[in-house]
Design a protein around this ligand. Sequence first.
Ligand SMILES: *Cc1c(COP(=O)(O)O)cnc(C)c1O
Length: 382
Amino acid sequence: MSFRESISNQYQQRLDSGLLRELKTVESAQGVIVNRGGRQLINFSSNDYLGLANSDELKAAAQEAVTKWGVGAAASHLVCGHQSPHESLESDIATFVDAEKAIVFSSGYMANLAVPSAFLSRHDLLLQDKLNHASLIDAGLLCRASAKRYRHLDVDHAAELIKQADEPHLMLATDGVFSMNGNVAEVKALAKLCDHENRLLLVDDAHGFGVLGENGAGTLEQAGLKPTGQTLMIGTLSKAVGSFGAFVAGDSIWIDHLIQHARPYIYTTALPPAIVEATRASLCMIREPSRREKLHENVALFRNVATENGVELLDSQTPIQSVVFGSPTDAVHASERLERQGFLVVAIRPPTVPEGTSRLRITLSAAHETSQIERLVEALVA
Ligand SMILES: *Cc1c(COP(=O)(O)O)cnc(C)c1O
């Protein structure tokens, strides 16, 4: 079989098994209402949890910064791309999450790729939750350490694997909020497990930062912890923050090492300074509790109305709410049916989720109105 035939067969196989991924263009700015296929849809698929991506405040900050700083950062951080906005953002983030130091990456995917390979060598061990985000799984492929996965949320299993390990250094990596189930890692127990000189805990809080905790600092804050000692936190700036980029926060000793060794930091251009300024504006906004409170009210409303109407949901108290169908075609049909009724709810299928757990992944935003949430549940019931 030729190379072309083999690629073409793989495409056909995906199509036949209902697993083909399709790009569908959104013809408007992001928000609760978006245009797709010439129609207005109520959006329940975005990670813009606080409705900030297209907010006046972030737009104004970005516009003002474009005038002052231009568009491109023109070089990597260590050459000459690290500008005053980047420096200020790193210190703003460190203050926000109560860490000694923070370093900004171009995306969460890159931050996740960077951390295990910067700290672990061939003789070490990377231990991960079975349902960690794809970027952490890829990080395991990139770093030379041995890799093991423990059963989802199972701290005892993680402890058992740690007990068996004879590697000199061990990193345990977990999503803070799991991106497809919306449930939260047992970070307190995991931090206790890693409070040991040879172990490091990495919490990827892409969906917790800006959403959980009294000040919105995320899963660690909610658990009464912070990124210090043997704990490192990754946060994305592209979800609740409504902007773009990511960070790693922790004690200076770890962050200084990343500046020396994190290849996805060293060998890429720094973020556009205007995006960085928009992010800084957003950090001021997300610290303020009103949007977060509204978001949690919307999550509670959705769960109450859905449960009252017999819609079965996964156990999640975060804005990520999943309705599992099992078969990929059932999930896709449900998504298409909702789209005909004016809702954008994307179906998530393997390999993003495990085989047999294809689902509608519904995400709530502080910007949703009560009637929009009630109408979604009506459509789900039908
Ligand atoms: C979205 C996501 C990422 C990637 O972040 P980007 O900034 O979009 O690259 C990493 N980890 C988790 C858990 C995510 O959900």
